[in-house]
Design a binder for this molecule. Structure first.
Ligand code: ADP
Ligand code: MG
Ligand code: ZN
Length: 503
């Protein structure tokens, strides 16, 4: 039993007063290539176990790997988007270890010759500040199979009756992106970790190289954390929390490890270099295996694969295929919509940027689109406790509502009722207008009748208007709007009131 695991956690405020955290983030991303890294088997997620396998990905004797060109293109594009240098020549390496989900007993990976090195990713935090995260390397490897431990309560191997193995995932192309040690983030370390993984996910999504589904394991993060007592500059011993599988968990895992390690150090004990598991329900980490060193893996260059030597021309061709990257897109949007930095940040923080952009694409002016999403719809999402993009209204539907307001067919009040109808599942905006009878009344005969009855109901006000007190018309307009449940065209009502009182 690891005694350090039972030490008391230190209060977070005290942790950051007494220690400086150092972070290291390793992100594994499964590429969305149609076939595996070294064979032609399908990579499709969710198939019947062991239906997408062949001698190569099962590691049967005599089979030979062939590199997937698409995967190499993807990692080069990832490297370029992260401002990395692309190695003019590099090799694969065998990482030797036994694990049941790895049928060859070695993983083909890259070791001291990764394909992309020394880049960076600028990460913007909620408060608008930017932190540059230095990238150590991005390299290619193959995913392992999946074990399912049956019986037992935790789903872990301990306490299980038996284990099942599914090799469909074995050999799926995997890119590992590793940061340099991240120092100087202090109390913000957990949110920096989360913001980095978020920014990396958005980048990979924009590149179109992966599904980046943390919930399906196509994006997985290992969080390395260590602490240095304030004033000390040599790094402390790190732990590596494996396969943290949501953005929120990345933040929680880092925070938990900081409070745990601080407790261990404050008790005069040493942090043990080990891998740890994050438990979603308790928000805590527990010890995994003692950390192997590189020597344990007996790395050597993979003899069955030729080196990869991307020509400068090929690299430039791939650079030309990079799409608009997330930060470039944000800059363009800020310019095109004339937003202040703060307005842009509010949009991003509200999770509304893509929704507003889609609404604008569907034909709405950006100002209106923005104001709907960040105010009325944000309130509705809040009230329902769902994220904005899960509200049951599409950007195209909202654009239609905005169009109806612009053409005078709906007032702002009516527009909200239409949106409420759409949210309540009553159909498209036009369906709701028809079913609820919500169109603005601008038909003069109906309006004149309403104006006349309002004037008759308030003869003293009518008298004032007739006497030239035009300001008094507001009271009559208000009464007509009320009588028509907001459906009258207010401008036209006002004209009619003045007409009726001067003729
Ligand atoms: P491993 O093979 O052990 O996973 P890697 O080099 O792949 O090692 O990843 C280690 C990660 O931890 C990197 O992001 C690295 O920058 C970071 N790191 C290294 N030393 C420390 C430390 N003392 N504290 C926190 N992070 C560290
Ligand atoms: Mg690693
Ligand atoms: Zn195969």
């Amino acid at each position: 039993m690891n005694t350090a695991a039972t030490r008391e956690l230190m209060d977070y405020d005290e942790v950051v007063e007494r220690f400086d955290p150092v972070l290291g983030l390793e992100v594994h991303v499964e590429l969305n290539t149609r076939t595996k890294m070294f064979c032609g088997c399908s990579t499709k997620f969710g198939a019947e176990p062991n239906t997408q396998v062949c001698p190569t990905c099962l590691g049967l004797p005599g089979s030979l790997p062939v590199v997937n060109r698409m995967a190499v293109e993807s990692v080069i594009r990832i490297g370029l988007a992260l401002s990395c240098s692309i190695a003019p020549w590099c090799r694969f390496a065998r990482k030797n270890y036994f694990y049941p989900d790895m049928p060859k007993n070695f993983q083909i990976s890259q070791y001291d010759e990764p394909i992309a090195v020394h880049g960076w990713l600028d990460v913007t935090l909620d408060d608008g500040s930017t932190v540059r995260i230095e990238i150590e390397r991005a390299h290619m490897e193959e995913d392992t199979g999946k074990s399912l431990h049956v019986g037992g309560t935790t789903g872990r191997i301990h306490g299980a009756d038996y284990s099942l193995l599914d090799y469909n995932r074995a050999g799926v192309p995997l890119i590992e992106i590793v940061t340099k040690p991240i120092v100087g983030t202090g109390a913000r370390a957990p949110i920096v970790a989360r913001a980095y993984v978020t920014a990396l996910r958005d980048l990979l999504r924009a590149l179109g190289v992966s599904d980046v589904r943390m919930d399906q394991g196509s994006l997985r993060c290992d969080t390395n954390v260590s602490l240095m007592p304030r004033g000390v500059v040599t790094f402390g011993t790190r732990t590596e929390t494996k396969n943290v599988n949501s953005l929120r968990s990345v933040e929680r895992a880092v925070r938990f490890e900081m409070t745990r390690q601080a407790g261990v150090l404050a008790a005069g004990e040493k942090v043990i270099q080990e891998t740890r598991h994050f438990d979603e329900s308790s928000g805590s980490t527990s010890p995994g295996r003692r950390k192997e060193t590189a020597e344990d893996y007996r790395y050597f260059p993979e003899p069955d694969l030729p080196p990869i030597a991307p020509s400068p021309e090929w690299v430039e061709q791939l650079r030309a295929t990079l799409p608009e990257l997330p930060w470039q897109r944000r800059q363009r949007i800020q310019r095109e919509w004339s937003l202040s930095g703060e307005e842009l940040r509010d949009l991003v923080n509200a999770g509304a940027l893509d929704l507003v952009a889609a609404t604008v694409e569907a034909g709405a002016p950006s100002g209106e689109a923005r104001s709907w999403w960040v105010s009325y719809l944000a309130q509705q999402a809040n009230a329902r406790g769902v994220p904005l993009d899960e509200l049951p209204i599409t950007p195209a539907q909202l654009a239609r509502v905005i169009e109806l307001v612009a053409s005078g067919e709906l007032s702002n009040t009516l527009a909200r009722q239409v949106v409420d109808g759409v949210l309540a599942g009553e159909g498209s905006p036009d369906d709701v207008v028809a079913a609820r009878g919500l169109a603005v009344v601008s038909d003069d005969s109906a309006l004149i009748a309403a104006v006349d009855s309002a004037l008759a109901a308030q003869p003293d006000v009518a008298e004032k208007i007739r006497g030239g007190k035009i300001a008094a018309a507001g009271a009559i307009v208000g009464a007509v709007m009320k009588a028509t449940r907001g459906q009258a065209d207010a401008k036209r009502v006002r004209e009619l009131v003045l007409e009726r009182c001067t003729s």
